[in-house]
Design a protein around this ligand. Structure first.
Ligand code: NAI
Ligand code: MG
Length: 500
């Protein structure tokens, strides 16, 4: 394959990896797609193709699912490798990842477009931490005993066992971190995995697959595929040898996954879209609320399922909040993720660029006004200026649908009634996250109780930790990721009763 000239600022190891001939991990070996087909990987800062990766199709998914099945049913993973050894494998992986922090930060920046500094400070360390945290759980997944009242004398207990073969499908907004969120708990609980990476951002996951091999996971325990959603994701979700599917992505595809899982009634968990409100009360520390609500939407270019995309501010402070957030938006330096001056990189793909620009146009056509951004961006690369829309109405498309870009819709509320404010905030099909900005603890916690969302942040937004469960109410998904709660969806519970 012809070598593509990559950015000279990149470390040589990173450039070499990007330009290398990429293979997927199936059954402990790095292989091409059976068809030999590949798919192009674009640099979002330039729109140029920078690599090709295998294009897995049903036949490759089948090979990977069979390998994972064998590794679960027949390999050493289940019976010979102890919980403590599983934990240590995850810790080894965490150590390896940490020792390649800079390389992974560069891969993530090149592939997704995010600033290198962000990948270095957030994506990679959070992934390391996740593997470490989940490694600790491997020895702590326990059942219970029960004082049953059935006539006679019994000893009853539950076992928590791995589900089996887990298929995992991830998106492109935090490629490495999403891989860690998925792999960590599945492996800690003793499952085997077929992971399909996002077609837009496969590089860090393929490099992680090399570290997984280096850490010493037995063959077939982790299989990593690259391919498109319909070509590789759909056959994985439908595969009869797969016992559970865990998906992160759009609500639209989440519904397709549920349909695909019907054949063998595999277990399903879904982490889907959001339209999260950031609610500013008049007694909030406004400097903090302005900086915080701006970062709630502009962090990772708004490409976060929990982005604070609806800014609801009390009428007494609305003008100041909008002015403050717009001011921050217009000063954000947009550029290549590798440029140290850059605060916001390009969107991930041409498709997302068109989508997000289309939302901005639709808002403006329906009567919204842009107090920041809203302009077309550079002629090359998928850049969108951070945008603040005012004069938005509840029925507008920009308010109803997930934009997944650096676009916030501001709306004032004229109310002091907590229930009515909560109703307005809850007026969405989604329920992933919300933030409340106030100095009144009582208001904050009353709102926390009334908001229908899996996460409520008080005077903060986008605070994540491996110990904290994350997931959605309503159409934001099924189940929780991270924390101890994640094991509810990576284990089966078996009740064992002995007559004494
Ligand atoms: P998507 O939901 O199509 O893709 C996410 C993953 O699902 C990718 O790995 C993709 O290959 C796979 N996939 C796609 N179609 C599939 C199918 N039929 N069966 C199985 N797997 C399939 O998301 P896309 O197209 O990248 O982005 C569209 C919108 O989705 C975004 O604008 C955003 O609103 C939302 N989204 C939400 C995310 C979240 O974190 N909740 C992440 C990414 C996108
Ligand atoms: Mg899609």
């Amino acid at each position: 394959m012809a070598t593509i000239a990559l950015d000279p600022r990149l470390d040589k190891n990173t450039s070499n990896f990007i330009s290398s001939e990429h293979r997927m991990l199936i059954d402990g070996k790095f292989v091409k797609a059976a068809s030999g087909k590949t798919l192009p990987v674009y640099n979002p800062a330039t729109g140029e193709v920078m690599a090709h990766v295998p294009e897995a199709e049903a036949v490759d998914v089948d090979r990977a699912a069979r390998a994972a099945r064998r590794a679960f049913d027949e390999g050493p993973w289940q019976r010979k490798i102890t919980a403590s050894q599983r934990g240590r494998l995850l810790w080894k992986l965490a150590d390896l990842l940490e020792s390649h922090l800079e390389e992974f930060a560069e891969l993530e920046s090149m592939d997704n477009g995010k600033p290198l500094a962000v990948a270095r400070a957030a994506d990679v360390p959070l992934a390391v931490d996740l593997f470490r945290y989940m490694g600790g759980w491997a020895t702590k997944i326990m059942g219970q005993t029960f004082p049953i009242s059935f006539p006679g004398e019994y000893l009853t207990y539950t076992l928590r066992e791995p589900i089996g073969v887990v298929g995992q499908i991830i998106p492109w907004n935090f490629p490495l971190l999403m891989a860690a969120w998925k792999l960590g708990p599945a492996l800690a609980a003793g499952n085997t995995v077929v992971l399909k990476l996002a077609e837009q951002t496969p590089l860090s996951g393929l490099r992680l697959a090399e570290l997984i091999q280096e850490a010493g996971f037995p063959e077939g325990v982790v299989n990593v595929l690259t391919g498109y959603g319909e070509g590789a994701g759909a056959p994985l979700a439908a595969h009869d040898l797969v016992d559970k599917i865990a998906f992160t992505g759009s609500t639209e595809v989440g519904k397709l996954i549920v349909g695909a899982a019907r054949g063998n009634l595999k277990k399903v968990t879904l982490e889907l879209g959001g339209k999260s409100p950031a609610i500013v009360f008049p007694d909030a520390d406004l400097d903090k609320a302005i900086a915080g609500t701006a970062s709630a939407i502009f962090f990772n270019h708004g490409q976060c399922c929990c982005a604070g995309s609806r800014l609801l501010a009390h009428k007494d402070v609305y003008d100041r909040v909008v002015e403050g957030v717009s001011d921050i938006a217009s000063k954000i330096r947009v550029g290549s993720g590798l440029d140290p001056e850059t605060q916001m990189g390009p969107l991930v793909s041409e498709e997302q660029y068109q989508r997000v620009s289309g939302f901005i146009d639709s808002g403006l056509n329906e009567g919204a006004k842009a107090t920041a951004g809203g302009r077309p961006a550079a002629e090359k690369g998928y850049f969108v200026h951070p945008t603040v829309l005012t004069h938005t109405k509840p029925e507008m498309k920009v308010i109803r649908e997930e934009i997944f870009g650096p676009v916030v819709c501001a709306m004032p509320f004229n109310d002091d009634d907590i229930d009515r404010i909560a109703r307005e905030a809850n007026d969405t099909i989604y329920g992933l996250a919300a933030s409340v900005w106030t100095s009144n603890l009582s208001i904050a916690n009353k709102m926390a109780k009334r908001l229908k969302s899996g996460t409520v942040w008080i005077n903060c937004h986008n605070v994540f930790d491996a110990a904290l469960p994350f997931g959605g109410y309503k159409q934001s998904g099924w189940g929780r990721e991270m924390g101890g709660d994640v094991f509810n969806s990576y284990t089966e519970v078996k009740a064992v009763t002995t007559a004494l």
